[in-house]
Design a protein around this ligand. Sequence first.
Ligand SMILES: C[S@@+](CC[C@H](N)C(=O)[O-])C[C@H]1O[C@@H](n2cnc3c(N)ncnc32)[C@H](O)[C@@H]1O
Length: 198
Amino acid sequence: MLPTLTPISDNTLWETLWAPYPDLYEEVLAHIGPEDIVLDIGAGDMRLAIPMAILARHVYALEIQSSLIESALQKDLPPRLTILHEDARTYPFPAGITTAVLLMRHCTHFRLYAEKLKALGCPKLITNARWRMGLEVIDLQAPRPLFDQISFGWYTCWCGSTGYKPGPVEELTEETFDNTHEVATCPNCSPSVRSEAR
Ligand SMILES: C[S@@+](CC[C@H](N)C(=O)[O-])C[C@H]1O[C@@H](n2cnc3c(N)ncnc32)[C@H](O)[C@@H]1O
């Protein structure tokens, strides 16, 4: 008999489930160098944090679920890995991070994590949280225009949303279609964030 499946309607609950992304690890590792100090946000059982810690100067791996921390502690852990059993929403991120990794397709706290990292001067975030497929490397310190200030085309927002801002079809070229605008606000941002950003 098949088990009864309970539908998951809450994104926050999704985030606390463990769904590793083994197809992305090689790509992430290609961005990690020997000078990097890495913060892995939602590190699961450390299956990516461990190879990152072999390549990087240091890796801090944040994970909220006790069972995953326990299973990670059974492994042969490299010395340059610090495992933190903490909630990434409230835990103050360590200073000096050069690369953050957020593999969490159903992340509902993208803006919070991006703000915390930016405030610490972290230059780079590697993530699948916005497009929810594949990886992107985000320049966290780049200036971002408001939604109203971009013309038209694909956009990725500081809030974690993505979308397409419509515009005149006759002005659409391959170049404009391939270009993605990084914006500080978008129609999905909360009204308070939108008015604050003005
Ligand atoms: C989709 S899994 C990905 C795990 C890992 N990044 C990987 O690719 O193998 C997301 C992980 O983030 C953890 N997580 C979710 N919210 C968190 C939070 N607020 N603080 C720390 N970890 C969190 C979950 O427990 C889960 O292990």
